[in-house]
Design a protein around this ligand. Structure first.
Ligand SMILES: [Zn+2]
Length: 275
């Protein structure tokens, strides 16, 4: 009799526990993933000027129309990401479905394939926002050039950001200048080698110095790339800048060396976020 009672109590406790667990899960689902409510909250926030200011929001159409605003939009997104306040915009099913009609990305990112450097995440942008070309060390060749030209000519995207990152494996490999790299890896080494050699005697971290120099070299490479990109850049219609993402802090630093001496442009260059 004693044993039966014990078993009954145990069974009853388990049943109560599972009922509570199910209830808790249902509650969580209801409060966090109701798409209607989430959309209403997003719309409410977006309609509030103070919320937009606090979250460094730049209007998407303005960013698409003007590469200087596009750059400010990226800076704002990265600031949210760095502060742990990402809003994960433009990821709802209705928006994703609407993008089947076409795309108008407001920035082109030439980034590294490194699994820790996802452009959409670190710039806190969504679907249809960024046109991304990724290779190790963001080394470019013919197909990458065509990819960027396509985005400028066919999609109307007017900003290219070359995005390196600290402690890049491809740059580290190039700094070591190995005698006989396997397979096609020599392609990466040869492309990054000029940057590695240029910073050899520079003070500071050799790899991160080479990362920066590699980005600067790649920005110059694209600005001079005939004829589509060089013509567009020279006419002030396309902005090409370089940046480095810190794996440690989450911050994207736009490199000053790539923010000088732009050709005259018809775009407004006003700072609209104060970042
Ligand atoms: Zn890398």
């Amino acid at each position: 009799m004693k044993n039966i009672n014990k078993n009954n109590i145990l069974l009853f406790s388990c049943a109560v526990f599972f009922i509570c667990l199910q209830f808790a899960c249902a509650q969580t689902r209801e409060t966090t993933t109701n798409p209607e409510e989430a959309k209403m909250e997003r719309d409410r926030n977006m309609a509030d000027p103070q919320w937009r200011k606090d979250n460094y929001i730049v209007n998407r159409d303005s960013a698409y129309a003007n590469p200087y605003y596009a750059l400010q939009k990226l800076k704002g997104g990265n600031k949210r990401f760095e502060e742990g306040r990402s809003i994960h915009p433009r990821q709802d099913p209705a928006l994703i479905e609407s993008l089947a009609e076409g795309q108008a990305p407001f920035a082109i990112i030439v980034g590294c394939s490194d699994s820790r450097v996802s452009s959409e995440a670190l710039f806190d942008q969504g679907f249809g926002d960024l046109f991304v070309a990724r290779t190790a060390g963001q080394v470019m060749a013919q197909a990458s050039y065509a990819t960027l030209e396509y985005a400028y000519l066919n999609l109307g995207t007017k900003l290219i950001v070359v995005l390196g990152h600290t402690s890049c494996g491809a740059v580290s490999a190039a700094v070591k200048i190995p005698a006989d790299p396997p397979g096609h890896i020599v392609t990466l080494i040869n492309a990054i080698k000029p940057a590695a050699l240029a910073v050899k005697d520079m003070e500071g971290d050799e790899i991160n110095n080479a990362v920066r120099q590699n980005v600067i070299n790649q920005v110059n490479e694209l600005r001079a790339l005939e004829s589509v990109l060089s013509d567009a850049y020279g006419a002030g219609n396309l902005l090409i800048v370089g940046a480095v993402y810190s794996l440690n802090t989450g911050e994207v630093e736009i490199l000053d060396e790539t923010m000088e001496d732009f050709p005259p442009t018809g775009y407004g260059t006003k700072d609209i976020t104060g970042l």
